[in-house]
Design a protein around this ligand. Structure first.
Ligand SMILES: *[C@@H]1O[C@H](CO)[C@@H](O)[C@H](O)[C@H]1NC(C)=O
Ligand SMILES: *[C@@H]1O[C@H](CO)[C@@H](O)[C@H](O)[C@H]1NC(C)=O
Ligand SMILES: *[C@@H]1O[C@H](CO)[C@@H](O)[C@H](O)[C@H]1NC(C)=O
Ligand SMILES: *[C@@H]1O[C@H](CO)[C@@H](O)[C@H](O)[C@H]1NC(C)=O
Ligand SMILES: *[C@@H]1O[C@H](CO)[C@@H](O)[C@H](O)[C@H]1NC(C)=O
Ligand SMILES: *[C@@H]1O[C@H](CO)[C@@H](O)[C@H](O)[C@H]1NC(C)=O
Ligand SMILES: *[C@@H]1O[C@H](CO)[C@@H](O)[C@H](O)[C@H]1NC(C)=O
Ligand SMILES: *[C@@H]1O[C@H](CO)[C@@H](O)[C@H](O)[C@H]1NC(C)=O
Length: 370
């Protein structure tokens, strides 16, 4: 997913073994799991049943093992993509709301080009899904490939989709992609058109679109680039009904070596870091020297602040309900299958009244504007 987010793969294969105290033995025998599948851990065993409906549109959320999942807007979303090792109770809750739970993760390039490793990965991944009552898999493969290597990826995605369909007929398999399908941008010369016909949908990651070697502070997801990126997929022949656009709930914080009179922040190589929305709102309230400013060029807000520790000036680019609304509306205008956010745990879920309002405004815009 986003740069710098560590991927934890197969390190926490949480197999839920043993009977949950709340599942009585009659229920257990009636719902005896097939071939060693563990019994359902939910208080109501029907909550482990797969979600069988296909939503008319996707309201898709990436979750990063935050403790705050109970505060998501469960009544308004359709899919939550979690990481392995997620809280098993999340699945019970999601299913009680009719929300699909998929796991997001990836395979390495070595695995991709090794047939036995490939088969093993698919088998392990499907087994994990079966044993944990998961509704599908979100493939977050983000490695460069040559055009000549693309068919191997397409075939692996098909193998994954076929194996999931066989084991879990109602499951979905989806792929995350960079913001544009142009292979020159990230060297990911994948066959998106072929892939789009295999997967349930492609999640366009419409963030990290900035030039991080440009050395001038700028927006995470310039609106024009997001639009260009979507158009690139459509131009490649991908149906809008196979596209879900994911927007950022985090920003980029640049340490300015020079801040000129036009409020342009020049930063040194590596002089940036990501900030989560909840923290951005605190910096805006407590530390900003400019207040919220709006960039017409990028369609995103930003502000400057002074770090009290180092005395350095920072410029922080981010997205808030009004800038995100433009992107949700863009998805609607292009008639895409859905919208998504990366990620739900960047918000401040504390009981501070200001935080409660800000967090609600983010969710409201997400579920309302598309
Ligand atoms: C291919 O994968 C298998 C199974 O993971 C492994 O044992 C083998 O060493 C790999 N082969 C190569 C050439 O890396
Ligand atoms: C982005 O879009 C705005 C409004 O449509 C336009 O005025 C501006 O020139 C565009 N910027 C770039 C860099 O394309
Ligand atoms: C992708 O390539 C097309 C055709 O060359 C170009 O029009 C478009 O602007 C490119 N997209 C991006 C995001 O650079
Ligand atoms: C901002 O100030 C409020 C109280 O004035 C405090 O609750 C909050 O933690 C502060 N945030 C930071 C980042 O210092
Ligand atoms: C809540 O957060 C806001 C903004 O960070 C701050 O101004 C306010 O003092 C905080 N309230 C409490 C009770 O901590
Ligand atoms: C922001 O302001 C708060 C409250 O004044 C202070 O405690 C905190 O250290 C400041 N943060 C930074 C990064 O300077
Ligand atoms: C939160 O929002 C409500 C409704 O919009 C408003 O009445 C209230 O003043 C807000 N509270 C804070 C602390 O911003
Ligand atoms: C979100 O769910 C709540 C509770 O079911 C409902 O009242 C509200 O209308 C929904 N919002 C949208 C935009 O669908």
């Amino acid at each position: 997913m986003a740069l710098l987010v560590p991927h934890v793969l197969f390190s926490c294969m949480v197999l839920i073994l043993g009977l949950s105290a709340s599942v009585d033995s009659v229920d257990y025998f009636r719902r005896r799991p097939p071939r060693g599948r563990p019994p359902c851990h939910c208080s109501d065993a029907t909550l482990c049943d797969p979600i069988k409906t296909t939503p008319k549109k996707e309201i898709h959320v990436f979750s990063v093992d935050g403790p705050n999942w109970k505060d998501y807007f469960w009544d308004n979303i359709t899919t939550v993509a979690v990481q392995e090792g997620f809280d098993p109770e999340l699945l019970c809750h999601a299913h009680s709301k009719g929300v699909r739970v998929t796991v997001w993760g990836y395979f390495s390039v070595q695995t991709l080009f090794n047939e036995s490793a490939r088969n093993r990965w698919v088998e392990d991944t499907v087994n994990y899904a079966v044993n944990n009552f998961i509704d599908g898999y979100n493939i977050d493969f983000e490695f460069p490939l040559l055009t000549s290597q693309a068919p191997v990826l397409t075939a692996m995605i098909k193998q994954t989709k076929d194996a999931f369909k066989k084991a879990l007929p109602y499951s979905v398999v989806t792929l995350d992609s960079s913001y544009s399908s142009n292979c020159t941008l990230f060297g990911r010369c994948y066959d998106y058109l072929a892939i789009s016909k295999i997967v349930d949908y492609i999640v366009i990651m419409a963030y990290d679109e900035l030039d991080l070697v440009g050395l001038k502070g700028m927006a995470n997801a310039p609106l024009n680039r997001t639009r260009q990126g979507i158009d690139d997929f459509l131009r490649a022949g991908v149906s809008p009904s196979k596209l879900v656009v994911a927007v950022p709930w985090y920003g980029y914080d640049f340490t300015c070596s020079v801040l000129n009179e036009d409020d342009v922040c020049y930063y040194k190589l590596g002089g940036w870091r990501q900030q989560q929305y909840g923290n951005i709102m605190k910096l805006l309230a407590n530390n900003s020297t400019t207040g919220r400013k709006w960039s017409k060029e990028y369609g995103s807000p930003y502000f400057d602040y002074k770090d009290m520790g180092s005395g350095e000036t920072h410029q922080l680019w981010y997205d808030d309900p009004s800038s995100l609304a433009l992107r949700y509306q863009l998805a609607a205008e292009k008639q895409l299958y859905g919208v998504s956010v990366y990620h739900a745990d960047t918000l401040d879920y504390s009981t501070n009244k200001t935080a409660v309002n800000e967090t609600k405004a983010m969710w409201d815009a997400f579920v309302r504007e598309y």
